[in-house]
Ligand binder design. Structure first.
Ligand SMILES: Cc1cc2nc3c(=O)[nH]c(=O)nc-3n(C[C@H](O)[C@H](O)[C@H](O)COP(=O)(O)OP(=O)(O)OC[C@H]3O[C@@H](n4cnc5c(N)ncnc54)[C@H](O)[C@@H]3O)c2cc1C
Length: 433
């Protein structure tokens, strides 16, 4: 024992002396965390996953609409509740355009079941998942690894020493903060409710555009496969609570259907990170999924991108662990490979989004009208891909003189300085009714 600076007596042991030792500490058992854990455990590494909630997959904070690629990456279709073939996009005046394909173009999932499936895969590969365990902070100095302090459901602190930490802890990532990884991203407040019954076509998803209901993104109506719907909005972080936009969306749905869905079973309040994180790696750390803002900027969807990022993270981390070099330099190929694969799509999508946020309601109506014109609708059905939306956008701009009228806006978005985003006062969480 030695005296501390304030006269107290402190123990002179290192933070790691009484810590449990693991190769990898994964923080968060969402799709990203479980997928990384499964990959690294299957390569023989000792992987601990800490999940702050008492149960994997709950609370659900997602509409659960994904592409076929997600089912392939997850290796299961068991969590599909409804394939959808069509989509309808509604402008602010409720004029709309519909697209319908022969084959399913998207799948509505039981999102909790997806998370449980991926977590099971991780445990079967040899990872250990501990629920009710929250990552709080790093203890230093690192001594051949990092030592993290986590808190259990009973309030007791646990120390975990790991060679590598994977921050898969979602939009509010405590790992990113602890490792001081800069995340210059916009966090769009989102509000969603599940309605056990709802009018609407169960074979299509609906998207609602408009500055009064969802400036900067959109509102959605997604069939839940059981006669109900998931209805939500995500919008610019302009200080207006997302619930206000949500109420306005419900009013619009009442006009569309002639009656509003009522009696929601549950609500979700959360945030969607939009932007590009310059470095997804640091000494002994990688950020994966929402923690690294790996979310499609034009839709806010992040399941496919999280799973792709996880696969790259597993590859790079396994190499670094084998070489016992967990330096930022050794982990840098993770950021590089992510950008190689999806960087261009993200840059284009962010640019298109900057145009979208500048469009007035009449201009949004004009876009919907233009998309409804015969050849464009066919182009969308032929090229539409929810994971790579900018591909169809390029085809559309090339084909449509009416869309070209928006080019002055596009130029404005191009030359405008990158916005400095206010971070909303938002603790992602859930309000259960
Ligand atoms: C309203 C809404 C609707 C959405 N709809 C869709 C959609 O239809 N399709 C789509 O593809 N995407 C959608 N998304 C986005 C999608 O939900 C995310 O991109 C996806 O969940 C990211 O996975 P993840 O594993 O990175 O993060 P998450 O799924 O958020 O998982 C992070 C995990 O980390 C845990 N955690 C957080 N902090 C700590 C800590 N300190 N210690 C321990 N554990 C911690 C959390 O409890 C959570 O389980 C939607 C998002 C929202 C908000």
């Amino acid at each position: 024992m030695a005296p501390g600076g304030d006269g107290r007596r402190v123990t002179a042991s290192s933070p790691s002396s009484d810590a449990e030792r693991w190769d990898v500490l994964v923080v968060g058992a969402g799709p990203a965390g479980s997928a990384v854990a499964a990959g690294l455990a299957s390569k023989g590494y000792r992987v601990l996953v800490a999940e702050e909630h008492p149960e994997v997959g709950r609370p659900v904070q997602c509409a659960g609409l994904v592409s076929r690629r997600v089912l392939d990456l997850a290796g299961s279709e068991a969590m599909v509740v409804r394939p959808v073939r069509g989509a309808a996009v509604f402008g602010p005046s409720l004029r709309s355009v519909s697209f319908r394909a022969v084959e399913p173009r998207a799948y509505v999932l039981d999102r909790a079941a997806l998370d449980v499936h991926l977590a099971d895969r991780a445990t079967r590969a040899g990872a250990e998942i501990r629920t009710g365990l929250r990552f709080d902070r790093l203890l230093g100095p690192p001594n051949g690894g990092v030592v993290a302090e986590l808190t259990g459901a009973d309030g007791r602190a646990t120390r975990i020493a790991a060679r590598l930490v994977i921050g898969a802890d979602g939009v509010a990532s405590a790992v990113a903060r602890a490792f001081r990884l800069r995340r210059p991203v916009e966090i769009l407040p989102a509000f969603e409710a599940e309605f056990p019954t709802s009018p609407g076509d169960p074979d299509q998803v609906e998207v609602y555009l408009g500055r009064t209901i969802a400036p900067g993104l959109f509102g959605w109506w997604i069939p839940d496969g059981r006669g109900g719907a998931r209805i939500g909005v995500a919008a610019d972080a302009d200080g207006t609570p997302a619930r206000v936009y949500f109420e306005r969306l419900l009013e619009r749905l009442a006009r569309r259907f002639g009656t509003a869905p009522t009696n929601p079973a549950s609500f979700v309040v959360s945030g969607i990170p939009i932007g590009e994180v310059p470095r997804l790696h640091g000494d002994r750390v990688l950020l994966v999924g929402d923690a690294g803002a790996q979310v499609k900027p034009l839709s806010g969807g992040g399941i496919y991108t999280s799973l792709r990022a996880s696969a790259i993270a597993v590859d790079v981390a396994a190499g670094a662990l084998a070489a016992n070099d967990l330096s930022a330099r050794a982990l840098a190929p993770y950021t590089a490979r992510w950008k190689e694969e999806l960087g261009e799509e993200f840059r284009r999508a962010l640019y298109l989004r900057r145009i979208l946020v500048r469009l007035t309601d009449p201009e949004l109506d004009a876009v919907v009208d233009a998309l409804g014109a015969g050849p464009l609708a066919r182009t969308i059905v032929a090229f539409g891909d929810i994971d790579f939306p900018t591909r169809v956008a390029r085809e559309l701009l090339a084909a449509s003189p009416s869309l070209v009228r928006l080019l002055p806006k596009a130029l404005g978005a191009w030359v405008a300085p990158a916005p400095a985003y206010p971070v909303p006062d938002l603790e992602p969480g859930v309000l259960r009714k």
